[in-house]
Design a protein around this ligand. Structure first.
Ligand code: CA
Length: 221
């Protein structure tokens, strides 16, 4: 995903940017209200992380500008201000979520997943190149040819395609496809990726599912 981070504190900005890049996201950063306005004028973001106290003004003006352009685009407010009033008024202004500093990166990451699960994340038909997945009829096709997938393989492919372009760790995949608390010291994800590759890939072409060394797997967007 493409993420805009609006944050003037270098230490916090670099902590968040590092974490997001490690998860495979593209990150643009703005340190001021003016920079944020310039970026959102030029680029669509899948999610915006917005600090409120900025050197040249209040982050709420950025939130209003985003809402004016795109009512759906997820915005998560990051703030040291923790009062209920602030929180309610920002949610009224259209923020999707509100995270009080300091927070753990894992918490932010979970909130981003929740905020972006709607919209394209809930599409019924997923398409990547000539690979097509109808999540309602449970039919997978590649180049128009249908491919039989048992339910677990279908669920794995659906999860990878819903996050196309994003590197997913084996743990994220296990949590999403096998469920939280699934006990596995084994290589279950690798085995199932192998099953999918045998059915989806064409000889002489790069695999639909890319192995990202030391990180996990990714379906190319
Ligand atoms: Ca600030």
């Amino acid at each position: 995903m493409r993420v805009l981070l609006v944050e003037d504190e270098d230490r916090i900005a670099s902590f968040i940017t590092k974490g997001l890049r490690a998860e495979g996201h593209a990150v643009d950063t703005a340190k001021t209200v003016a920079e944020a306005h310039a970026l959102i004028g030029n680029q669509q973001y899948d999610v915006v992380l917005l600090d409120l106290r900025l050197p040249d003004g209040h982050g709420v003006s950025v939130l209003r500008a985003i809402r004016a352009r795109d009512p759906e685009s997820p915005v998560i407010v990051l703030s040291a201000l923790g009062s209920t009033d602030d929180k309610v008024s920002l949610l009224d202004e259209g923020a999707d979520d509100y995270l009080v500093k300091p927070f753990e990166f894992a918490e932010l990451s979970a909130r981003i997943r929740a905020a972006t699960r709607h919209g394209q994340r809930s599409a019924r038909v997923l398409e990547v190149g000539d690979l097509r997945l109808d999540t309602k009829t449970r039919v997978a096709t590649r180049g128009g040819v249908s491919i039989e997938l048992p339910s677990r393989e279908f669920a794995l492919l659906e999860y990878l395609m819903r996050h196309a372009g994003q590197v997913l760790t084996r743990q994220q995949i296990i949590d999403a496809v096998w469920g939280f608390g699934f006990e596995s010291a084994s290589n279950v994800v690798d085995v199932y990726v192998g099953y999918l590759r045998r059915k989806l890939d064409r000889p002489g072409e790069a695999s639909v599912i890319e192995t990202v060394r030391g990180a996990g797997y990714r379906v190319r967007a």
